[in-house]
Design a protein around this ligand. Structure first.
Ligand code: BGC
Length: 823
């Protein structure tokens, strides 16, 4: 990457500067606001093509939210971090880069390196970890992977964007030491790994909006870290003209409206913003275009395209990331992995077994071509000799299920799908398409003059009785069901909700109708605001079915009759999403009750948890095995089957602490008080906070059992001339299966300035039974240093420091001491 940075700088100093000089002020400023939601304008005169941007950390959505343009759906970022291994993370990044290239996207909006400060944080699933060292290492590998394909990575959200409540406006109050020691290092690491873009967050820090925050953008990021890429605003985050321009923000998104444009030209003319400031922004955009192949004369990019084995790679990464939280012996051996030959009848239970939550909600969402459910994956892996019985057990969705496109036909042609018409105020059709979806997101891209989006379908009704239909979304709708009179429906966002509410937490209007078997015509029209051509809404349907008590009883009966019960519990993208924070750590619906009831009738119960962020597991001591599967992406069901049967070792380790219950979490609230979030705990959140409070969590940071056992035999450490510590930890696989061990190095409290135990490095190794492996780990001097706010510099305390080799934050195995030189 260093070579690449050098090449970029050299071009920036010569060719690109000359190109900037050829543009008028109006042309330059026009280049600094999006042309629409997902692109920057082309400037043909200088050979600059239109650069496409796309979210996000779970894949590359492209510029539409549309099932006709599917994307690979990856395990969620916390799952990637749970590998504690830069290899698969870099591979995931390279795959995303390849898919971006295939979609013509040059600028990818990931990774999200904000920290897990509170488990209630809505975007917890999108972030890597509660620890800065783990987050920094994983982020750097991800950026390296994406950019190896010639696609820009965007490190976001700079900075202190740890919660979603009042997310556009809250002010984070953080002391400088905390900011430097925990919240900034992941950004610094990603920038030093060569990231070509950083996104400025919605929130403020120290009373200054992050898009206006010159001290942090110009001061820390650009001057301090030497960042030469583009600082792009989060979507609709910029509220000022001269202040944001002078603070170092380079690009306002989205467009074409926004606070720059003509106002920025005027500000330059009035002398409020120097033209050289604008030139620097344009130069950065051109450098990004040059690096990503969007500028004539750029060096050709490496020829990459999405590989044929992409799905197999996603499956393997997802399985490797899963964490064995608990695995007790049943009849003399651990319940996991489950040998398919040892069972004849398996009950697969839980709503998430049939409808996997493959991803969280919000802008990270992509449309995968398929999602493999755990039921499908397990049925296949167990083989035809095993009888698999499925029972849903409970209901956890807040909205009615989306109307199944498979049960709908286009009223105009009779073909499968839903007919979508874009209509003008007179009802004339401006454009029309057939969709195989019933939840719609339009962000721009509508035919000019669209005043309404009309969806029509003939829905096949097989069961007589009470059917429920609903519209979900925000705005004004007209709904017509069969011959019934049209209904006008107004759905308002919650207090404080923003534009994204229609996507992430839409209100819903339900209608009950008695219908006989046959077909019923459904029509919904969503009203469009011509000023903001955005629409997010859904058409939903529930046919008559068993009551929840009946579902519950059927699940318990299935578990009782089976040799093994596999209960897949979890959250949904209605629970874990951008746009709002969780209010508790409970599994939705009656899932806790379901696990307890199943465990009471079947001693061989395996619980698979399909969630992004920690949940309380009050039943955990009463079941022998708990496998944490994250949001495992499109191949998730196959990966769960691989992990359960042991085809792949679920070798993940927790990148975040799992509490026994919400009350014991060191920092729980994400709610601003009078618009402020005070980060008063300093660095004492996550495992550092638990240790300080003397609370033993349910499962500590770093925990994960894998499928074999390890003996820690020896540790050595030496300090280099540069003050780095080079360690070697010798471990032996004492189990009966090949496995991967993650060796974690913690710095222990010692001496005059008490320090909390903290992670300073890690490494991993693969070893066969009885094999010995030595894991080399280098801890850079900077990681051992602390920020001295009085001096405004990193300082290392001299003297003896203790380093611990551990299997988790609570499972120390070996200790060693080194003598450090003060600096
Ligand atoms: C999110 C960003 C995202 C952007 C574009 C915002 O709401 O905070 O992470 O990249 O939207 O979708």
């Amino acid at each position: 990457m260093d070579e690449d940075i050098e090449r970029g700088r050299a071009r920036a100093d010569t060719v690109l500067v000359e190109l900037v000089g050829r543009l008028t002020l109006d042309q330059k400023v026009a280049l600094l606001t999006g042309e629409d939601f997902w692109s920057l304008p082309a400037v043909p005169e200088i050979g600059l093509r239109r650069i496409l941007l796309s979210d996000g950390p779970a894949g590359v959505r492209g510029t539409t939210w549309d099932e006709r343009d599917p994307s690979l759906l990856f395990p969620n970022p916390t799952a990637l971090a749970a590998t504690w291994d830069v290899g698969p993370v870099r591979r995931a990044g390279a795959l995303m880069g390849a898919q971006a290239r295939d979609k013509g996207v040059g600028w990818h909006l990931a990774p999200n390196v904000n920290l897990h400060r509170s488990p209630l944080g809505g975007r917890h699933f999108e972030c890597y970890s509660e620890d800065p060292v783990l987050t920094a290492t994983i982020a750097a590998a991800f950026v390296d992977g994406v950019q190896s394909a010639g696609v820009a990575s965007t490190v976001k959200h700079f900075v202190a964007n740890e919660s979603e409540t009042e997310r556009m406006t809250y002010d984070a109050e953080i002391d400088e030491t905390t900011l430097r020691e925990v919240y900034l290092p992941p950004f610094e690491a990603a920038v030093r790994a060569g990231a070509w873009s950083v996104m400025a967050a919605y929130n403020s820090v120290g009373g200054v909006s992050m898009t206006d925050n010159g001290a942090l953008i110009n001061g820390v990021l650009k001057d301090g870290y030497g960042f030469d890429g583009v600082v792009v605003s989060d979507w609709f985050a910029t509220r000022s003209t001269a202040a944001s321009a002078n603070a170092g923000l380079d690009v306002v998104m989205p467009g074409p409206q926004g606070p720059w444009g003509e106002a920025l030209v005027a500000a330059v003319r009035k002398g409020e913003v120097e033209e050289s400031v604008v030139d620097d922004k344009v130069l950065r955009v051109l450098l990004l275009a040059d690096r990503t192949g969007f500028l004539d004369g750029s060096e050709p990019l490496p020829p990459v395209t999405t590989p044929d084995d992409a799905a197999a790679q996603l499956r393997e990464i997802a399985a490797r990331a899963m964490v064995v939280l608990r695995n007790e012996e049943v009849n003399g051996s651990p319940l996991l992995p489950l040998d398919p030959w040892s069972v004849q009848r398996v009950a697969v239970i839980g709503p998430n077994a049939e409808h996997l939550t493959a991803q969280g909600g919000g802008s990270a969402h992509v449309n995968p071509a398929h999602v493999v459910s755990p039921l499908t994956g397990l049925t296949k892996a167990l083989g035809s000799m095993v009888r698999v019985e499925y029972a849903q057990g409970v209901v956890t969705q807040r909205l009615l299920p989306p109307l199944s496109p498979g049960s709908a036909s286009d009223p105009d042609t009779g073909h499968a799908g839903l007919r979508v018409d874009f209509i003008d105020p007179a009802g004339d059709v401006l454009g029309s398409e057939v969709r195989q979806a019933s939840r719609f997101v339009f962000m721009g891209g509508l035919p000019a003059g669209t005043a309404g989006i009309r969806v029509r379908a003939d829905v096949a009704i097989t069961a007589a009785g009470n059917h429920q239909f609903s519209v979900s979304g925000v705005g004004a709708f007209r709904l017509v069901i069969g011959d019934n009179a049209p209904m006008k429906i107004m759905l308002s966002p919650s207090a404080g909700g923003d534009l994204a509410e229609g996507l992430v937490r839409p209100p819903e209007h339900r209608v009950d109708v008695e219908i006989e078997p046959g077909t019923v015509r459904i029509e919904v029209v969503a009203q469009i605001d011509p000023e903001l051509p955005v629409a997010m809404f859904g058409l939903n349907h529930a046919a008559p079915g068993p009551s929840e008590d009946e579902l519950f009883a059927a699940a318990v009966a299935a578990a009782r009759a089976a040799d093994v019960a596999i209960v897949v519990v979890g959250t949904t993208d209605e629970v874990e999403s951008e746009g709002f924070d969780r209010t508790d750590l409970k599994l939705p619906g009656r899932q806790d009750e379901l696990v307890a009831a199943v465990a009471a009738v079947n001693a061989r119960t395996i619980v698979v948890v399909n969630a992004g962020a920690p949940v309380e597991m009050p039943w955990r001591a009463s079941v022998p095995a708990v496998l944490w599967a994250w949001f495992p992406g499109q191949e998730g069901g196959s990966a769960i089957a691989d992990a359960v049967t042991g085809a792949v070792e679920p070798g993940g380790r927790l990148p975040t602490t799992f509490p026994t219950n919400a009350d014991e979490v060191p920092v729980l609230s994400t709610r601003p008080v009078d618009g402020k979030i005070v980060y008063g705990e300093g660095t004492m959140f996550g495992y550092r906070g638990y240790e300080k409070a003397g609370v033993v969590p349910a499962y500590p940071f770093g925990h994960g059992l894998g499928y074999t056992t390890w003996e820690y035999e020896d540790i050595t450490a030496a300090v280099t001339a540069a003050g780095d510590v080079e360690l070697a930890v010798r471990v032996r696989n004492t189990g009966s299966r090949i496995g991967r061990e993650v060796v974690q190095i913690y710095l222990a409290d010692c001496g005059d300035r008490p320090e909390p135990r903290r992670l300073v490095g890690f490494g991993s190794t693969l070893a066969a039974p009885n094999e010995i492996a030595t894991v080399p780990i280098t801890v850079p001097a900077r990681v051992l240093a602390r920020w001295d706010a009085a001096r405004g510099a990193w300082c290392s305390r001299g003297g003896v420091r203790e380093l611990i080799a551990a299997r988790s934050a609570w499972d120390a195995r070996l200790r060693t001491r080194v003598e450090m030189v003060a600096s």
